[in-house]
Design a protein around this ligand. Sequence first.
Ligand SMILES: [Cu+2]
Length: 637
Amino acid sequence: MSIHPLEPLSADEITATSAILIRDKGLGKSVRFLSVELHEPTKQALLATPDRETFVVLRDRAERTTIEAIVSLTRDSVRSWREIPHAQPGYARDEFAEADDVVRADPEFVAAMRRRGVTDLSLVSVDMWAPGNTGPAEDPGRRLMRTQVYVRSGKYDNRYAHPVEGLMVLVDLDEMVVVEVEDHGVVPVPATLANYIPELVTGEIDGYAGNVPAFDEVRGDLRPLAITQPDGPSFTLDGHAIEWQKWRLRVGYSPREGLLLHQVGYVDQGRLRPILHRASISELYVPYGDPNPSQRVKNAFDIGEGGIGPWLVPLMLDCDCLGEIRYLDVVLSDDDGDPVTLPNAICLHEEDYGIVWKHVDGNLGHMETRRQRRLVVSCWATANNYDYGFFWYFYVDGTIEFEVKLTGIVSTGAFPTTGTTPECGTQLAPGLYAPNHQHFFNVRLDMCVDGERNSVYEVDSVALPTGPDNPGGNAWRAQKTLLANESVAQRTVDPLAGRYWTVVNRAVRNHVGQPVGYKLMPGDNILPLAHEGSQNHRRAGFTYRHLWVTAYDPAERYAAGDYPNQRPDDDGLPRYVKANRPLDDADVVVWYTFGAHHVPRLEDWPVMPVSSVGFHLKPVGFFDGNPALDLPRPSHE
Ligand SMILES: [Cu+2]
């Protein structure tokens, strides 16, 4: 049985990978497997039958070294073994758990908690954060994590209502020892309960009275709303390949990026037309904008420091997903290199999405209406307090949409109730606040609009000067500017100019002779507010531009570089574009950064209603007309 070269790794392949590495490299107990993933064949290699390979990141705790290995399963051998100096890869789950034990057992930490009146350590909750890089004194060669600490009022209590401000513990993960207990002084732990589990909110369970906000009972007036597809869904799934309507795509995943898409195309008049070779979220960066000691260190590269894969959560039918659902499992490795299966981590389903087109001919009294439908490919990941949903949508009119849904619990801090309320956050309860912050996402889109040779244009709508050509002063046009090389292809949004970017193939023309294309339509967006010299500016240069275009290089996969964890300076896009490669009629990769700006609301507490951010890819002259013209009339039975 031949396996498609882009099929994700099976559990057996992960086992085989670690067995080959242990056998050929004599790996001992000091080596952790931080990640094992498919080593994806390059576009060139995909044209033939590539070897089946895996890419592994290892950490040797004894030697304090990071190693990248490529293992050939086809040839039963280690093809590449490379030490990466000064690199701190994303954390493994086991490191979180082990560090937690070490912190709890530390006498200095126990004493600091006692100074705050906390003696029952079973109620203390330790969240692990990447330490970031707060200054030149920090040694990125030492593998570190920094805590944020909370105290629950009871077993099921929402810990984020009770932050321990100003107390942080730095842990060395290679040695698994406490490096430093940093105590900026006692701030009373806020006491007001803020739960979201109904039995706790209503006080039905003893010890949880006094929740704010509160309700007496859950609503009883919601009648069933059922989604039924008696004939099943309209898509088919073969391994990880999906066919739905005229869309063709492959679903994949990696430990770092979570959900991936490969080889997205559209069947147009019997011909499969490629659009995207690969699409993935390349970084998720969350800088906090508050000066307090516990807050200014919150500077998370959630993808480069952790990876979405291990944070994926199993999805539940009729809860996460409504209707006819097909689930895909995700198989990752643990830190011994053994496979771990996350069941039902990726959800596939169809949704009705209102009306796609409609017209009533008033003269004839004739009406035609068609319904919009979309294929949804999604997953959810929980990163400490936050929950992120990653949703790809494919519409019957050729549109692709990517949406991130943000929910979960805002990160909190405490302040003395005798002082003023913090300036850079929102008060949630007496002594409790949620600091201002931003979430920046970067999506890497390896484009192939009707082939690999594409060009990218910026399109602004501009008014024509008044004069003989514009006698009424009303005229405006869509002005296209070629982004000819990497030094100019670093752009920001401009909603007042209706700015979008098109990716076109000049060698393929539509029926009016124009190059076929897809356009990237930005949604809400924001720039960072952090100054030069800040961690944001030093370490996350990719957030200071929204659109980046680079020449395809399979080694360039992450907007903040391969190893942002603890790195003092920048990498990724700002480095990639230094080559200033030409982009016209080239194999291009489009990277889009979009920020969710979060001035927390009281209504975001204690769990925030979903807030969405994302973008659309829409055909622009890709088709000769409305591709949804051939949809059937909705039936009226
Ligand atoms: Cu937020």
